[in-house]
Design a protein around this ligand. Structure first.
Ligand code: SF4
Length: 625
């Protein structure tokens, strides 16, 4: 890495093609080396990429892993999902701050280190977890933290830390058709390319008509259209949460007008409690890339992107190695598998710590080097996606399933699962269970079976699909994982009876307030109000009136928030109030109204400065029973 910052910046810009879309990737690289985006660096980047300085600073200020002020040469971030809390992350954070003589959220005086929290890092099956300069470290214990502190004080570069500190396990506990796929690289693609239309079928007629319209040899479009037909027949629905029918999405993109089409894999899983994509990318990267290439073949795309969440930085080099191998095997690149005109390649873009980028239009904005703010829809990405061109965006697991369907056919896939939910679902199981990890089940599997398999005992509640999903109690454990009952993006977080469900919900409200992108006022203000109300209840100042206010807040957010984050922000609170009301009631005052402002608490600093803590220095805190 060049010592001269200006050389570093110009090299980074050139490496990424000096295009405006490279902005986030360039800023990430500068942050990694210089630990902040200085004013000079921002100006140089703006000039090199031909962008206004305000846009560069806007992007630098938007993403959590970028900073415009020095963040410490070692930036330690503790994952702060509820499962990390349950495993004692806050005590470990305090212990590390003490060892390093640094205050949480501040940079040490010598600029060496800063310690703070971040949202879920996708390592809930092996928490508590931390990121150090973006590198993930699972299973943090007091001993491991001691070693980490020594390495930091000795100024050992993170890249040279003992590999065993960084070892992330896959923890695959149950396999089904996907995790047991047995396909060799290229198998699914060869099947897709070799598929033919049934003579005289509507698919053949449509392919011939299109071939004629586009001036290409008759029948040359048969294979892509036949594959598309199999995807439609399979009834595959997107695995990212929304559950849109994949075949229809691909078809709409294929039929959209325009010279270029794009395939985007959304590997920005940020829902607290979800980590299945991490395992698919680490164990089955070929299948992910194969599914993307099948999609490219079906819709006629020449370029694809894998948008990898910043927390999975450690997967970047292995994934690039898989891409390089696939290019050498002619599974990517020009004339794939010898078919003239079938050109497709994939690039990896690394995110920088913004949960909202999991929303597909925000992800596209981020891919274009902008702040990850969800777009107005319509138009939808299938017609106006990346660079306003037709774009298919699918989840990692969806592309894996598409590769299986390309190989085995739609009827085979549709025969697994339930009538409305074809195939299998990967679950990221964590929390109070003996065997956290990845479980693959056919759709329709009841919650109680999953609990038994993962060794959960005395279970009080399960949070399905993370904080934006649904929290169910024991009397609902016969419900099934399926779009028609309990849809899920994959998170399955278990809480036993020792857990306080109010604190679970409070943690999630902090998550939403932290991750709100701030674009629309109802969400920006509403998530903060929700968090403050839960904090007010936690401090013993809540009343039944606050619970009614949360219901009203939910209605406002449902009506006026711009994207799903705002729409779902109240879910964890409403669900837990409904199912675990005593956890709230024992904290509530029996008053109709209690101000959120704690006057006595506000005097704490004055008491500290005057050295007084006698009764006269306090306002009355008596609580009526
Ligand atoms: S709802 Fe929240 S996250 Fe979504 S755009 Fe508005 S402010 Fe951003």
């Amino acid at each position: 890495m060049p010592a001269d910052p200006s050389i570093l910046i110009s090299e980074a810009c050139e490496r990424h093609g000096s295009s405006p879309e490279a902005l986030l990737q360039v800023l990430r690289e500068i942050q990694e080396v210089q630990h902040c985006i200085s004013a000079e660096a921002a100006q140089q980047v703006a000039a090199a990429l031909g962008q206004p300085l305000g846009r560069v600073l806007g992007v630098a200020g938007f993403y959590a892993f970028l900073s415009t002020t020095p963040a410490g040469r070692y930036r330690v971030l503790f994952s702060d999902n509820i499962t990390d809390r349950m495993l004692g992350n806050m005590d470990l954070l305090a212990a590390l701050c003490e060892k390093l003589w640094v205050e949480r959220g501040r940079v040490s005086e010598d600029g060496l280190v800063s310690v703070d929290t971040t949202s879920c890092t996708g390592l809930c099956d092996q928490g508590p977890a931390i990121l150090v300069n973006g590198w993930a470290i699972p299973n943090v214990t007091g001993d491991r933290l001691g070693l980490i502190a020594e390495l930091i004080l000795a100024k050992v570069p993170v890249e040279n830390w003992p590999p065993e500190l960084m070892a992330v396990q896959d923890n695959i506990r149950r396999r089904d058709i996907l995790l047991n796929h047995g396909l060799a690289p290229g198998d699914a693609l060869r099947s897709a390319m070799g598929r033919d239309c049934e003579p005289g079928s509507p698919v053949e007629a449509a392919a011939n008509e299109r071939s004629w319209r586009e001036g290409i040899p008759s029948g040359a479009l048969c294979a892509p259209m036949a594959t598309l037909e199999e995807i439609k027949r399979s009834n595959l629905r997107g695995r990212g949460g929304a559950g849109f029918t994949t075949g229809l999405k691909w078809e709409a993109c294929r039929n959209a007008t325009g010279p270029d089409r794009y395939v985007v894999c959304n590997a920005d899983e940020g829902e607290p409690g979800t980590f299945k994509d991490r395992v698919l990318l680490s164990r089955h990267a070929d299948l992910v890339f194969e599914g993307m290439t099948v999609a490219a073949h079906a819709i006629g795309a020449r370029k694809g992107f894998l948008y990898l969440r910043g927390e999975y930085r450690f997967l970047l080099a292995p994934l690039n190695a898989v891409l390089a191998r696939r290019r050498s095997e002619n599974l990517l690149g020009l004339s794939i598998l010898g078919q003239a005109g079938f050109d497709f390649d994939i690039e990896i873009h690394l995110g920088a710590g913004a949960y909202v980028c999991g929303e597909e239009s925000a992800l596209i904005e981020s891919l274009e080097g902008k702040r990850g703010i969800p777009r107005n829809r319509p138009p939808y990405p299938v017609t106006h996606g990346y660079l306003q061109r037709p774009t298919v965006v699918n989840n990692v697991e969806t592309f894996c399933a598409a590769a299986l369907i390309a190989k085995h056919g739609g009827d085979w896939y549709r025969g697994i699962g339930t009538e409305k939910s074809a195939g299998t679902k990967l679950l990221s199981v964590s929390g109070d269970c003996a065997r956290p990890g990845i479980y693959e089940y056919p759709f329709g599997t009841p919650v109680c079976q999953i609990l038994a398999d993962c060794g959960a005992e005395n279970t009080q509640a399960v949070q399905i699909s993370g904080p934006s999903g649904v929290c169910i109690a024991a009397d609902e454990f016969d419900r099934r994982i399926a779009f028609e009952d309990l849809p899920t993006a994959g998170a399955f977080t278990v809480f036993d009876h020792s857990r306080d469900m109010f604190e679970v919900a409070r943690n999630y409200t902090h998550f939403f307030a932290h991750e709100s992108c701030g674009f629309c006022t109802p969400c920006r203000v509403g998530t903060a109000m929700l968090r403050n109300t839960m904090d007010k209840i936690a401090s013993g100042h809540g009343t039944p009136c606050d619970l009614r206010e949360i219901e009203r807040l939910d209605k406002v957010l449902q009506m006026s928030a711009h994207c799903g984050l705002g729409h779902t922000a109240c879910n964890p609170t409403l669900d837990t109030v409904k199912r675990f009301r005593p956890a709230y009631e024992r904290r509530l005052k029996s008053l109709e109204f209690e101000p959120a402002f704690d006057l006595d608490g506000a005097l704490a600093r004055a008491r500290q400065m005057t050295g007084r803590d006698d009764a006269g220095a306090h306002l009355s805190t008596e609580v009526s029973e």
